[in-house]
Write a protein that binds this ligand. Structure first.
Ligand SMILES: [Zn+2]
Length: 248
């Protein structure tokens, strides 16, 4: 398919114009016009680019791309190396940040909820990025923690009473620990996100709302994968998700 067709389709599907983001969403680096093979991944790190080159991909689609607000604008060092790899190999880089967190079917939050059997009842936070809902089956915090570690294949960091029953939960993938207090105000029993900060541990202890840090990378692997699978079915292009492990 033509690169422009893919870009228009993705920009509309993910409603990028609705978002005020910290990076450009859409095509970030232009490569070949004709797209046949897409590699998806969480972050456009050098390891992902090299894996995509070895896989003969013409397009990379990620959640964390480049050109973040406030970063050094110069193309030097690691950034030059990454961009050189893309340009030399004529690989397109597409990146979708907040639009990919928020999409109601293919987004990170929706895909994580599907795997952990959370039922959405509403959203809150800036640009409605945080989701609240219920567990399909209420369980003790330690049961939920075990389930998360099985599904994500990674041990979560959990602050709370293991015997506490969790019925209502709020969640937001990635580094969304800043929404913990807003989650507490939504009367949930637990809040799940990717990362944790020193002060949020005290907030969890003092509020009685459990805090689960299940991994920034681990919680954000599913949106881009679902999007890649969707594109491959819709447009008959090849798709491969490449997981570059990250302990955070
Ligand atoms: Zn993220």
């Amino acid at each position: 398919m033509h690169r422009d067709t893919l870009e228009n389709y993705l920009n509309q599907l993910l409603e990028i114009s609705r978002f005020e983001d910290y990076c450009p969403n859409g095509l970030q680096v232009e490569g070949r016009e004709n797209i046949q093979k897409i590699v998806t991944g969480v972050t456009a790190s050098r390891a992902l680019l090299e894996a995509a080159v070895a896989d003969h991909a013409d397009t990379i689609l990620v959640h964390h791309g480049y050109f973040w607000r406030g970063e050094d604008a110069r193309i030097t060092g690691m950034k030059a190396c990454r961009l050189n790899t893309l340009i030399t190999n004529k690989i397109n880089l597409f990146a979708y940040h907040l639009p990919l967190d928020c999409h109601t079917e293919l987004g990170n939050n929706a895909q994580l909820a599907k795997r952990l059997e959370f039922i959405e009842t509403g959203r809150f936070g800036g640009q409605n990025i945080v989701v609240h809902g219920e567990l399909a089956i209420p369980m003790h915090l330690n049961g939920l923690s075990e389930k998360i570690s099985q599904v994500l294949e990674r041990e979560p960091l959990v602050i709370g009473n293991p015997g506490q029953i969790i019925r209502r939960i709020a969640w937001c993938t990635g580094a969304a620990q800043g929404y913990f207090e807003a989650a507490i105000a939504h009367n949930v029993d637990a809040y799940l996100t990717g990362e944790i900060s020193e002060q949020t541990v005290h907030a969890a202890r003092e509020s009685g709302v459990a805090l689960i840090a299940a991994g920034h990378h681990a919680t954000e692997r599913y949106g881009v994968q679902a999007l890649g699978e969707h594109l491959s079915e819709k447009f008959a292009i090849q798709h491969q998700f490449i997981d570059i492990d990250n302990p955070v």
